[in-house]
Design a protein around this ligand. Structure first.
Ligand code: FES
Length: 149
């Protein structure tokens, strides 16, 4: 076919190409917005008005090497009883993009399911994208009761 006899001249081709490029950008951007909304709704914690103030948890409720998750001032938090019996109370909100970490009792590590961030039982980063340790929460132990806050 002779290019000079084509139905579309160069300016029309350029116009159609620009329109298709714009539609592609809109599709990608729209998809990113929807994906971001789903991610934020399901994975990033939202503060609530419940459980403000101090939280108490009996030490005997936790076996060595176990973790107990709870809500503290509207955010996910966790009490860990390490294998040596020492306690740690941490924010369970990952310092990378805010997903909730999970406790792997077998490995004695926290794992962030979003981007494979790993933390020690004290909340220190082992590997992955988290830029800093899990936040430590204030607590004390008296008469077998852990009081957080
Ligand atoms: S949000 Fe936890 S590793 Fe990305």
């Amino acid at each position: 076919m002779d290019p000079d006899n084509s139905i579309l001249d160069d300016s029309k081709r350029k116009f159609i190409s620009t329109c298709l490029g714009g539609l592609a950008i809109l599709a990608v951007t729209g998809g990113a917005v929807v994906t971001s909304s789903i991610f934020r709704y399901y994975l990033i914690p939202r503060p609530t008005t419940d459980n403000k103030g101090k939280i108490t948890i009996p030490v005997k409720d936790l076996a060595a090497g176990a973790a107990k998750f709870f809500e503290y001032n509207g955010y996910a938090a966790v009490l860990v009883k390490k294998m040596d019996g020492r306690l740690a109370v941490l924010s369970a909100v990952c310092t990378h993009l805010g997903c909730i970490v999970q406790w792997d009792a077998k490995r004695q590590e926290f794992i962030c399911p979003c981007h494979a961030g790993y933390f020690t039982p004290d909340g220190e980063v082992i590997s992955g994208p988290p830029p800093s340790p899990l936040d430590r929460l204030p607590f004390n132990v008296a008469n077998g009761i852990v009081t957080i806050g």
